[in-house]
Design a protein around this ligand. Structure first.
Ligand code: SAH
Ligand code: SF4
Ligand code: F3S
Length: 484
C-alpha cells in the first residue's frame, strides 16, 4: 500500500519508471525536493487550498489529489490566498461553469502579490474544448489544466510546471486505465466514498457526463474490497459506493459480478456498519438488489432513484429507457419490500418540448412516489449533447413558473413524510459539531435525514440511538436514547 512506500528511497536522479503508480511516487519524491527548498527559503511549509464543485465523484477525486499534495509536503488551508490553489470543476449545468470564471478573477489578484503561487484547474469542465480554450486565452496565469482521466498524474504535472514555468495542459479524451493505490486523505475520519466504477454509457440526451467522464469502467471487486477493509481498519464505519449508475456495476469485468453480489461481499467486512450507494438508474435496478437491501443489516434504507421526468413521452426523448408506469411500479416494489425506505430523486424542469401536460405527469409521479426529498433542476443546454439541438426549447418564464410549482409540491410532501418519524427512536451516525450552536452535534439517520442532538464532540463518528423529539420539516431535533 502507498503508506508503506518510502519516498526517500526513490532515486530521483534516475529515469522515471513507466509503470503506475510507481511513476507518480517518483514525481511525488521529486516535488518533495522542491517543497524542502521552499521551506528553507520561507521558513514555513507551502499551503494549498482546494475547492470542489459538483458531485460525490469529484469530491472523492479531490481527496486523492489532496493525498498527493500532502504526501509531497503541502499543508491544507481554508484560506484561498495559498501557495497552490486547485479548483476541481463541474460542468453538468451552465451555472457551474460561470462560478469558475468568477473565482479566477480573484485568483489573479492573489497571484500578483505572490508570483510563486500555482493555480491548477481540473475536473469535468476541463474535458470540454470551449472552456479550456477560453481559460488558456483569457486567464493565462493558470499554471496547470488537467482532466478527469489523468488526475492521478498531478505530481508529474506539478514537476513539469516547476521545471518549465509554462502553462501545462494535459487532457485525455478517454481512458481504460484505473490507477490504484495512490495516497488519499479523507474529509471525515469515520466515513468515506469508495469508487466502484467510473464513466457512464447511458447518454441521456441532456447530459454531458458521458462526454466528460468517458466510458463506463468497473473496478475489480478485490480492489474495492481491499480498499474498504483498509478503511475499516482505519476507523471508517460508513461507506458510500460511488458510480454514475451503480446498478450496471461489474457487467464488463473479465469475471462479471453484479452490484448486488458486490454488496453482499461488502456487508461481510467487519467494522463497516453502514453502506450507502449512489446513483441508481431505474432501468437497471434488479429484484436481486431489492432482496439484498431487504436482508441486509448494514445497507441504509435510502435509495436515490432519479426520475428526471414523469412523462413517458419526454423520458423517451431523454433516452432514459423506462416509462412512467415502470418507474412507479419499481417504487411500489421497493416500498413493499422495505416499508421504511426513503426514496429521493432528481427532476429536470423545462426539457425541450415539455408541455403543461408533460409537466403535470411529473407532478403526478411526485405525488405517487411520495418522495422523501428531491433535487429539482432547471434544464440547462449543454453543448455537444443531443438535446442541445432540439428546437422546441421552453421559454424561461414558463420553466420558472413550473419549477416553483414543483418545488412547493416536493417540499410539502417531504415535510409531511418527515413528520412520520417524530417521536420515534432511530440510529444516528454523528458527523460534526453544529455550526450555529456548538452545544449541538449533527448526525444522520439511516434514511439520510439530518438530526441535531445536545452532546459533546466525543459523539462524532459514533452510532447511537436517538429519540427524534421534534421534526422541523427537513431536519429533526433529538436526544440520546437509553444512555446515562
Ligand atoms: N448518473 C446520475 C446523475 C448524474 S448528474 C443519474 O443518472 O441519475 C446529476 C443530476 O443532474 C441528474 O440526475 C439530472 O437531474 C441533473 N442534470 C444532468 N444534466 C442536466 C442538464 N443538462 N440540465 C439540468 N439538469 C441536469
Ligand atoms: Fe448523465 Fe444519464 Fe449517465 Fe446519469 S445515467 S450520468 S444522467 S448520462
Ligand atoms: Fe459535475 Fe462531473 Fe459530477 S459534471 S455532477 S462533477 S461527474
Amino acid at each position: 500500500m502507498y503508506n508503506e512506500i518510502d519516498l526517500d528511497k526513490i532515486d530521483i536522479n534516475s529515469e522515471p519508471p513507466t509503470e503506475e503508480p510507481a511513476r507518480q511516487y517518483y514525481f511525488m519524491a521529486k516535488c518533495r525536493g522542491w517543497v524542502q527548498e521552499f521551506k528553507k527559503k520561507n521558513g514555513r511549509c507551502p499551503f494549498f487550498f482546494t475547492q470542489t464543485f459538483g458531485c460525490q465523484m469529484n469530491a472523492r477525486d479531490s481527496e486523492k489529489i489532496c493525498g498527493i499534495l500532502e504526501t509531497i509536503g503541502y499543508v491544507q488551508t481554508d484560506e484561498e490566498e495559498a501557495d497552490l490553489v486547485l479548483y476541481n470543476t463541474c460542468t453538468v449545468r451552465e451555472n457551474a461553469n460561470n462560478k469558475i470564471y468568477g473565482r479566477l478573477g480573484y485568483l489573479n489578484g492573489y497571484k500578483k502579490k505572490n508570483p510563486d503561487m500555482k493555480i491548477a484547474l481540473c475536473g469535468c469542465m476541463m474535458q470540454e474544448k470551449g472552456p479550456v480554450e477560453k481559460i488558456t486565452k483569457s486567464y493565462p496565469f493558470v499554471d496547470i489544466i488537467f482532466g478527469t482521466h489523468n488526475f492521478f498524474k498531478f505530481a508529474e504535472l506539478l514537476v513539469q510546471s516547476f521545471e518549465t514555468g509554462q502553462t501545462v495542459v494535459d487532457i485525455w479524451e478517454d481512458t481504460e486505465k484505473i490507477v490504484e493505490k495512490l495516497p488519499t486523505v479523507r474529509k471525515f475520519p469515520f466515513k468515506s466514498g469508495v469508487n466502484i466504477m467510473f464513466g457512464c454509457n447511458n447518454f441521456c440526451s441532456y447530459c454531458i457526463v458521458p462526454y466528460v467522464r468517458g466510458r463506463e469502467r468497473s473496478r475489480k471487486p478485490e480492489e474495492i474490497l481491499s480498499e474498504i477493509r483498509s478503511l475499516a481498519a482505519d476507523g471508517v464505519v460508513e461507506i458510500m459506493l460511488l458510480g454514475q449508475n451503480v446498478n450496471s456495476y461489474g457487467k464488463t469485468l473479465d469475471n462479471p459480478i453484479s452490484f448486488a453480489e458486490l454488496l453482499k461481499e461488502v456487508e461481510k467486512i467487519s467494522g463497516i456498519e453502514r453502506i450507502r450507494f449512489m446513483t441508481s438508474h431505474p432501468k437497471d435496478l434488479s429484484d436481486e438488489l431489492i432482496e439484498v437491501m431487504k436482508n441486509s443489516s448494514k445497507i441504509c434504507h435510502h435509495l436515490h432513484l432519479p426520475v428526471q421526468s414523469g412523462s413517458t413521452r419526454l423520458l423517451e426523448k431523454m433516452n432514459r429507457k423506462y416509462t412512467k408506469e415502470e418507474y412507479l411500479s419499481l417504487v411500489g416494489k421497493l416500498r413493499k419490500a422495505i416499508p421504511d425506505i426513503a426514496i429521493t430523486t432528481d427532476i429536470i424542469v423545462g426539457f425541450p418540448g415539455e408541455t403543461e401536460q408533460d409537466f403535470e405527469e411529473t407532478m403526478d409521479v411526485v405525488r405517487k412516489a411520495d418522495y422523501d426529498s428531491a433535487f429539482t433542476f432547471i434544464y440547462s443546454k449543454r453543448t455537444g449533447t443531443p438535446a442541445a439541438s432540439y428546437e422546441d426549447q421552453v421559454p424561461e418564464h414558463m420553466v420558472k413558473e413550473r419549477f416553483d410549482r414543483l418545488l412547493k409540491e416536493v417540499q410539502e410532501i417531504a415535510a409531511r413524510k418527515s413528520m412520520q418519524l417524530e417521536g420515534k427512536v432511530e440510529k444516528v451516525l454523528f458527523e460534526h459539531q453544529n455550526e450555529q450552536d456548538e452545544a449541538l452535534i449533527t448526525g444522520r439517520l439511516s434514511n439520510n435525514s439530518v438530526v441535531h442532538v445536545k452532546g459533546s464532540v466525543e459523539l462524532i463518528g459514533k452510532i447511537r440511538d436517538v429519540k427524534l423529539t421534534e421534526c422541523k420539516g427537513f431536519y429533526y431535533y433529538g436526544e440520546l436514547y437509553g444512555h446515562a
